[in-house]
Ligand binder design. Sequence first.
Ligand SMILES: Cc1ncc(COP(=O)(O)O)c(C=O)c1O
Length: 464
Amino acid sequence: MSWFGCASADGAETEDPEQMSIDQQVRDDDRKHVFHSWSTQALIDPVPVAGGEGSYFWDHDGNRYLDFSSQLVNVNIGYQHPRLVAAIQEQAGKLCTVSPNFAHESRSEAARLIAELAPGDLDVVMFTNGGAEAVEYAVRLARLHTGRPKVLAAYRSYHGGTAGAVTLTGEPRRWASEPGVPGVVHYWGPYLYRSAFHATTREEESERALAHLRDVITLEGPGTVAAVILETVVGTNGILVPPPGYLAGVREICDEFGLVMIADEVMAGFGRCGEWFAIDHWGVTPDLITFAKGVNSGYVPLGGVIISQPIADTFAERVFPGGLTYSGHPLACASAVASIGIFEDEGIVEHARALGTDVIGPALAELADKHPSVGEVRGLGVFWAIELVRDRTTREPLVPYNAAGADAAPMNEFAAACRQRGLWPFIHFNRTHVVPPCTISADEVRQGVAILDEALATADKYCA
Ligand SMILES: Cc1ncc(COP(=O)(O)O)c(C=O)c1O
């Protein structure tokens, strides 16, 4: 079993003996020597990937998949964008590595470009190797800036796999690492379809979620809380788009109690929601933004924290106690610079926004009309969820929360039906997420949705 389906491609067979031997060698070495994330090692059979281009990747057998998952929702620019590949090659030819103790062209430029894109006075960037480290450093910055110990994080969230980030995480990936780091308190964020507040409208959900957050802060002791961290649009745990007024309300509460507002945009940022940063939709300026994934589509590992000027100033005359050998790695930063340039030149953010309103949203609404197993579709940009249920009235999920083994069979069947038809789906619990590269064409979206339409027949048969 695997949390993200280190998935098998349902037993396709190859005809070319040379390809078969590469495929077999990759599989054999992988099974003997590679320890995979979030997986029961003996139960997985990862597909050996041979290549990719645009919105597709393929295996050594020549099976081609339209990628509705963007790997782990990070290949925002699509596979093998030639300009991005060339930028990495060019930087590799000049200087492959330089420590964070020096200033470097690609790092300086990447930081400036990211700061220019970020809202308000978020003008300074600390680079990391990925999202979890960005979250670790955001929390450290908030604690040192405020001098307070606690951090509030939402249930139904994922913030990363390292000690602090996994403690902040509000779902089962945290459980095995408990007790985690001290000082983390969980609260409920808004999710109208399964409201923790018995709300019936988006406005009610927003109001009640804010009242709850205020209560949690009051009872924890405002003077003990450094920060509230939230995924601007919750990603893996359901594509939960905040209701009207929620983010502005969190901002107000943070201001009232002197807390740092941390927007985790590792998944939602860099075009995914049809804006550079998801939070731009709501015109709210947090104090810290964490980013990774879409900043350079994972062509080279990169993440970071965008820091507001007042928090950066805390460390003007005082040492910041933290660092990483590869903070601001030249290959990673050169790829971020190139990626931002490509996004601008090709209008990728605007394309992502239009796909959401004109193509993906309407196409998924049609699926919802047609299939009894579709409880709700929701999202924006190229960030959508289809929530599958057994009964639309009771909203009983197609599979139980955190289902494994036989309990997860209906979702596994659905995923297999997609893969057999050449679509690679993103599956989490009772949902499939429609999260292709932001560069996908409208036609490719329609092809993928047509496959989802066929595959949903496997889910419909479980409906009351
Ligand atoms: C919102 C969010 N934060 C943090 C992370 C952790 O990022 P990484 O896997 O790069 O450490 C993820 C990864 O999926 C994420 O979705």
